[in-house]
Design a protein around this ligand. Sequence first.
Ligand SMILES: Cc1cc2nc3c(=O)[nH]c(=O)nc-3n(C[C@H](O)[C@H](O)[C@H](O)COP(=O)(O)OP(=O)(O)OC[C@H]3O[C@@H](n4cnc5c(N)ncnc54)[C@H](O)[C@@H]3O)c2cc1C
Ligand code: HEM
Length: 413
Amino acid sequence: MISPKTIEIVKSITPAVAANAEVITRRFYQLMFEGNPEVGVYFNPAHQHSGGQQRALAGAICAYFANIDNPEVLGPAVNLIAHKHCSLGIQPEQYPIVGKHLLAAIKDVMGPAATAEIIDAVVEAYGFLAEVCIQRERKIYQQQRDVVGGWNGFRRFVVERKVRECGIIASFYLRPADGGELPDFEPGQYITVRIEHPHAPTSPRNYSLSDRPGAGHYRITVKREPRPGPEAPDGVVSNYLHDVVQVGDELEIGPPCGEFTLAPEATGGRPIVLLAGGIGVTPLLSMAKSLVHRSTATPVHFIHAARNSQVQALADEIRALRTHGGIATHVIYDDPLNGDLEERKCDSVGRVSAEFLRSRTPYREASYFFCGPKPFMQFVYGRLKELGVDDDRLHFEFFGPHQEITTVAAAAF
Ligand SMILES: Cc1cc2nc3c(=O)[nH]c(=O)nc-3n(C[C@H](O)[C@H](O)[C@H](O)COP(=O)(O)OP(=O)(O)OC[C@H]3O[C@@H](n4cnc5c(N)ncnc54)[C@H](O)[C@@H]3O)c2cc1C
Ligand code: HEM
């Protein structure tokens, strides 16, 4: 339990910390990478460069401080963080390292306002949160070990098939190199890929499993990440997978993780709407295929928004959800090629607007699961809120550090 005095002090400094949260987390990462460079191997430099990781940590700290007297409400947030940590192999003994640099960053940014009393309170509050995370992670590691065929850390998998889905997306079918069992997973979960890049050593990356559990392989479907400008590097791991990794090669894989799943508390026995933007189709297709395989009686809607047929992956499998699986599918392109609509490659042209969602999905009762680029997710979230869908019926996955979704829809989308 956190002492009442600490609760009171943390509450009193929450506005100041919130106002400076990203400055604190930016300073924190600087100090940590200087003081303990050995933990750098876990962190994706692109997430530092974009500021996404600093924002995610700042958001988590602010949410914790704001709920210091009621930390149970942070259960889902802790679960998300714990799964991410377990996907990367984070260990309890690393928590004091983070604690030390976080405290130093707070002292640096707050200056003399960080009195000894405040520092003591922050130490106690951090220790409590660290313990909550460590306990949750211990359970996840245990589950990973205990499941049939399970493992902790990284295991070698052979690339059994590599399929070019479209110009920029390829699928990799993976089987354990040791010939052992392949553990089941929850549709929606991701695995972790660690590569040894010859010129650009980097942290492992997460990839959602795009096929259903029990298919006899793990499949990931990877979009080639281009450089955003002439000065920027190409995406390290996606380009390596596309250009270098071939059938018969081995990859190091971390066990399935993630809490973006069709758990009963998420679906709530309601109709299910799966809404994918671009490569965000991967966890949602796994969910849809698994629902078909289980012959679910629940009404399921599957919507894939993409630019056009040239960059839409897995179109045949989406079509099969309708023809063989009884799922109501809809493919919508916002920048169709000549003939895309006429040749029935898509069902309509435009965006997933409020009107679209009102007319095509049971928005008064359904549970929504969505995934895609950040602007797509913010846009969809905004439209669903416009239709009055409560947050407890909205579930989503970011392909990067968790971000604020309530921001007004980006004009770029
Ligand atoms: C839960 C989860 C599931 C995911 N599932 C999938 C999936 O199913 N399919 C999929 O394709 N992806 C998925 N991703 C995304 C994936 O993990 C990678 O982030 C993605 O493949 C890009 O990785 P990369 O190594 O190629 O690019 P990175 O090297 O991480 O770079 C990312 C981008 O940042 C830019 N960049 C990097 N450094 C700089 C710099 N210094 N200056 C300017 N720009 C820079 C790069 O040019 C690139 O555009 C998922 C992510 C998560 C978290
Ligand atoms: C109580 C302490 C901690 C908190 C509150 C915390 C919080 C977070 C949050 C919010 C994320 C982003 C999750 C997401 O949305 O993807 C994250 C990711 C991560 N955390 Fe922690 N964390 C803590 C401790 C640690 C420790 C001890 C380590 C070990 C070095 C660690 C390493 C990482 C790494 C490597 C990532 C992924 C970064 C990336 O994508 O580049 N964290 N953490």
